[in-house]
Design a binder for this molecule. Structure first.
Ligand code: PBG
Length: 330
């Protein structure tokens, strides 16, 4: 006897109008924070070989790029600087130079585009001669947590003075959110937000980013401060601490291999949750698309939608400009 199905979920998929009517998650240009790479000099762009379509910009060219993005509706940017090796030292002193490349450029962007939101990066690696996010003890090779907090506080303050709207500590030192909050508040920057890299994993997916900035560790790895990819509960512990310490928004990084962590964090906090769709995730989609192995545009949109479905309110993504163009086209 042939069994006739009594439940037919396909009825809700039978036409585009019905599919749109019951769609649970939507993607909008407002969801995007665009990470952009900054280099010293004038009127120059250099492509990141391992990130097809992504450039490093001199400040003047970055202003043009931001203008083009604003026309597409992208209003939030996360700049990262590529610092000349001669300016790096073990204490990352260039990181809080008020006339440094990074702070100068943030001020220029805010002057040219007052409405644009700048999320600045706090971590020592772009300025550290050791290529680490914290101070390396020259004898033991250990990362010195509490001494690093001093540097991070000065860095955050310099960025706030330059006009940063959101401070994004990506260093994973213990206690940094409370430390930075205190420094900002004591210096009349209580209006400046903190988006904490709450669960940042020691991931292989950061490779192309380190190429772009020349920021790879000279020795060792980042496993004594970034999280073990095997751990999920630990992300909730970091979340509880970041909430206590005063984070305004929390972030999970990377995104694609950590969708379960995004969902877990979403279910445990009332704070906005963001996710960083990192360089290696971008590179994988681009490489496969260039080989004709996947449809690049559809894969990109599916990746971004999945990160939102997992529970992210906003996404840091190198796809921002391309995806904004797709969304505009409708
Ligand atoms: C370092 C930092 C990294 C990224 C953002 N900030 C790399 C790292 O921890 O080595 C990676 C972003 C990406 O891969 O897109 N503070």
């Amino acid at each position: 006897m042939a069994l006739i199905p009594t439940h037919r979920p396909r009825r809700n998929r039978k036409s585009e109008v019905i599919r749109n009517m019951v769609q649970e998650t939507t993607l909008s240009v407002h969801d995007f924070i665009y990470p952009v790479f900054l280099i010293e000099g004038e009127n120059k762009t250099i492509e990141v070989t391992s990130m097809p379509g992504i450039q490093r910009f001199t400040a003047d060219r970055l202003l043009d790029e931001i203008g083009a993005c604003v026309d597409l509706g992208i209003k939030s940017f996360a700049p990262f600087p590529s610092i000349d090796d001669r300016l790096k030292d073990r204490l990352a002193q260039e990181s809080h130079n008020p006339d440094g490349l990074y702070t100068r450029t943030i001020a220029q962007i805010k002057k040219a585009f007052p409405d644009v939101v700048i999320m600045s990066d706090v971590a020592m690696d772009p300025y550290s001669s050791d290529g680490h996010d914290g101070i390396v003890d020259p004898d033991s090779g250990e990362i010195l947590n509490d001494a690093t907090l001093e540097v991070l506080g000065q860095m955050a303050l310099a960025q706030a003075r330059a006009g940063a709207d959101i401070i994004g500590p990506s260093d994973m030192m213990d206690g940094r959110v409370a430390w930075i909050r205190d420094v900002l508040d004591r210096n009349a920057f209580s209006h400046v937000s903190i988006m904490s890299y709450t669960a940042k994993y020691a991931s292989a997916f950061y490779g192309p980013f380190r190429d772009a900035l020349g920021s790879a560790p000279k020795k060792g790895d980042k496993k004594s401060y970034q999280m073990n990819p095997a751990n999920r509960r630990e992300a909730l512990r970091e979340l509880a601490l970041d909430e206590q310490e005063g984070a305004d928004m929390v972030m999970i990084k990377p995104a694609l291999s950590y969708l379960d962590v995004i969902r877990e964090v979403r279910n445990h906090t009332q704070l906005p949750v963001t996710a960083y769709n990192v360089s290696g995730e971008y590179a994988m989609v681009k490489a496969a698309a260039q080989n004709g192995w996947v449809d690049g545009e559809r894969t990109m949109m599916e990746v971004l939608m999945s990160i939102k479905r997992a529970g992210a309110d906003a996404i840091l993504t190198y796809f921002a400009k391309e995806a904004a163009a797709v969304l505009r086209r409708g």
